[in-house]
Design a protein around this ligand. Sequence first.
Ligand SMILES: [Zn+2]
Length: 293
Amino acid sequence: MAIFPQTNRTWQIIDHARQHGYAVGGYCVYNTDGVMAVIRAAERKRSPAIIQLFPWTLHFQGPHFVRYVAAAAHAASVPISLHLDHCIQASDIELALGLPFDSIMIDGPGSSGDLEESIKSCGHIVQRGKEAGILIEAELGRVDGVEDGVDVKHAVAGRLTRPEDAKVFVQATGVQLLAPSFGNVHGPYGAGGAEKVLQFDRLESIASAVGPSAPLVLHGTHEIPDELVLKAIKCGVRKVNLNKSVRQKYGQFMSDNAGKMELTKSKQTAVDLYAQEVGELMDFLGSTGRASK
Ligand SMILES: [Zn+2]
């Protein structure tokens, strides 16, 4: 009989990707249009998918909305899991552990730079997750963002994930997904772009140091050129977080047509455009046609 994490939906999705050398999108959504778009794209493309919410949703739309998303995702004809991205506050983690999330990303344990402290705080949450049947993704090092007000050209030195730390961290905490910092940032990459700062030799070393027990997650993808995302997948990234890049056509259509069409018509067209864009990303990541359900 399968035991945790093999029984966990996010694990099953990621582990299949690991075994077959492709990546699955973690699609950040904010409303029902996004939920429907990801599910429709996944069913059309016969692709697994991960729907991601932010703690913002826990508060703005509340636990009932989370239950709706989980029910819709889990009822799909292909494997789709529900993930909470960047959960920072202890009270949000508590709330999320009682909701039907398949996985939660906890933010921050790596940010203090103290490995022992990170192991202690993350290990406790991993244990709580295990009891609730929820997988935990953790960041080690620090994936900086423009919201931190830091100049990315100088930001990341000293905060990049060290492969030896990653190995100790994964073994000691049992965390099942690792978001490493190898030069990636949430926000503008500055002069020279992502090419200049991404350290793929570091990413490769981290992947081989942690092995199959903690597949890697790529954050900060918005400005990373396609060929470098594919290079990261070759290095062992199995979950690629996608936020702004998944809904550009949707946003454009909504701003052009709000108030000019019947809401039923504009919603249908908007969700269809959104689903097309998500489907293109499934083709790109190699998850199209991989649904095993
Ligand atoms: Zn992120």
